[in-house]
Design a binder for this molecule. Structure first.
Ligand SMILES: Cc1cc2nc3c(=O)[nH]c(=O)nc-3n(C[C@H](O)[C@H](O)[C@H](O)COP(=O)(O)OP(=O)(O)OC[C@H]3O[C@@H](n4cnc5c(N)ncnc54)[C@H](O)[C@@H]3O)c2cc1C
Length: 462
């Protein structure tokens, strides 16, 4: 049976981007339909950011227990009870999920559970277990998200993606991680802390190759120390399953064996079969092309999140979703600027960055017009207390504003906040240097790096 319902905004895909748009539109008094074929919250909440960060926290607890003697604490690390780790992780998801469901309900959003297909410029047909619906909207937002790329490999008990890795009910004795990007290094970090023998295979020259080279090299040193192995600049050729695991062959002829192969080679858009092309939505290799104001150029159809080319990050999707709701409401919001979005990798040590790397700044301004400074965390009291090493790197245009801030070290993800204000407000190092940073915090390292770049170093060994 099909009924026809009309809304101000129809959101196709209830993940990070979609639900953010729905919540904001409802706040702005719009009548909103949210169509979701699985669970509202999408990748980030159910199989992405939240569960991985819960595992990384459990990994940090394991490392703390193992290293307790360093701090004079007599604790004993007995091992990993993976069932309890999974219970903790799932508990975190459930709590957040309940909160989100409450928000969606409280804002009066109509949720349709089923697969939506765009059948007109203002119409989505929903096929679901509880019946079919035709949902019409004065505006439509496409936010169907992304899924792991598998480069043609079949997912099995042994060859897995991040989705299966998050459900694994045992700690692998050994694992090969294909891909040294964000997801790859995060899982390598967790499994190493849990006791697995991990080898990362990366085709590019460095781990986290999108980061400033200084940060990549620093991570490689830290991983070496942690006995996480990696092979860089070598391409994957194939995998075969053995009696007790996998055998991976690389293009250089070498082979690696392990219990599992985690395929972490990036994520592709989920857009096939949803009627986008038929309705004339501009597409490129499965991605939806939208302009700066996230409009597709077709009817009143917008797109946001991982299906729009760019950084595949939850906070970008949140920002874009909010933007679309405000745009439709006529509030003329400022577009989300890709270059100002903070990026964080939550492995141990953590990495954050905002703005340009040295290579990008050199290319944009010319090498002689760029200045940078690396502040070693050895000069930061709180980092010494925590026993972490690492650095903060600040890049400025000569006599101009800060254009990039990068950091690596335990717990440094939290520094992305101030760093993004500095870069996005185009602050000069001299201005940041005037601001007082609380002592002893790791945040102080950010302040000290700017003091040094402004020519008045304090706890800084050159
Ligand atoms: C392992 C992992 C770790 C990550 N960690 C981080 C992190 O720490 N920080 C960070 O910022 N980002 C992280 N990300 C990325 C983040 O999860 C994504 O950028 C974010 O979820 C994108 O939001 P989205 O709304 O575009 O898509 P999604 O969250 O994928 O949501 C899309 C939704 O649409 C639904 N859907 C799809 N097609 C249809 C249809 N036809 N009908 C109805 N419903 C449909 C799906 O079921 C899904 O719920 C991580 C991702 C992974 C995989």
């Amino acid at each position: 049976m099909s009924d026809e319902l009309t809304y101000d905004l129809v959101v196709l895909g209830g993940g990070t981007g979609g639900y953010a748009a729905a919540l904001r539109a409802a706040e702005l008094d719009m009548k909103v339909a949210l169509i979701e074929r699985d669970k509202v919250g999408g990748t980030c909440l159910h199989r992405g950011c939240v569960p991985t960060k819960a595992l990384l926290h459990a990994a940090e607890v394991a490392d703390t227990a193992k290293n307790s003697e360093t701090f004079g604490i007599e604790a004993e690390f007995k091992g990993i009870d993976i069932a309890k780790v999974l219970e903790y992780k799932d508990g975190v998801i459930t709590r957040n999920y309940k909160g989100l469901q409450g928000l969606v309900k409280a804002r009066g959003i109509d949720t349709y559970f089923g697969t939506g297909k765009l059948v007109g410029k203002d119409t989505v047909e929903v096929t679901g277990e509880d019946g079919n619906h035709t949902v019409k909207g004065a505006n439509v937002l496409l936010s169907t998200g992304s899924t792991s790329k598998t480069i043609g490999l079949e997912v099995t008990d042994r060859v897995i993606t991040s989705t299966e890795a998050l459900q694994l009910d045992k700690v692998p004795s050994s694992a090969i991680v294909l891909g040294g990007g964000v997801i790859g290094v995060e899982f390598a970090s967790v499994w190493n802390s849990f006791g697995a023998d991990v080898t990362i295979v990366e085709g590019l020259k460095h781990l986290v190759a999108n980061e400033d080279e200084t940060i990549s090299k620093n991570l490689e040193r830290a991983f070496k120390k942690r006995k996480i192995k990696f092979k860089l600049g070598v391409m994957f050729k194939g995998v075969e399953e053995t009696a007790d695991g996998v055998k991976v062959t690389l293009e250089d002829g070498s082979t690696l064996e392990a219990e599992y192969l985690l395929v972490a080679v990036g994520r592709g858009p989920v857009t096939e079969g949803f009627g986008f092309e038929e309705q004339g939505i501009p597409m490129d290799r499965g991605f939806v092309l939208a302009n700066e104001r996230l409009h597709t150029g077709v009817g009143n159809i917008y797109a946001c999140g991982d299906i729009v080319p760019g950084l595949q990050l939850a906070h970008r999707a949140f920002g874009q979703g909010i933007f679309v709701a405000e745009e439709i409401a006529g509030l003329n919001p400022a577009p989300v600027v890709e270059s100002g979005i903070p990026r964080v990798t939550y492995c141990e040590p953590e990495i954050f960055s905002v703005g340009l790397s040295s290579a990008q700044a050199d290319e944009k301004y010319g090498k002689d017009q760029v200045e940078s400074l690396e502040y070693n965390l050895g000069g930061n009291g709180k980092s010494v207390i925590l026993g972490t090493t690492g650095l903060i790197k600040v890049i400025r245009e000569k006599d101009g504003p800060v254009v990039g801030v990068h950091g690596i070290g335990a717990r440094l993800s939290e520094q992305a906040g101030e760093a993004q204000l500095i870069v996005n407000w185009e602050a000069f190092p001299e201005e940041v240097a005037q601001l007082i940073h609380a002592h002893p915090t790791q945040n102080e390292a950010l302040g000290e790096a700017h003091l040094a770049l402004a020519g008045k170093p304090l706890h800084f060994h050159s």
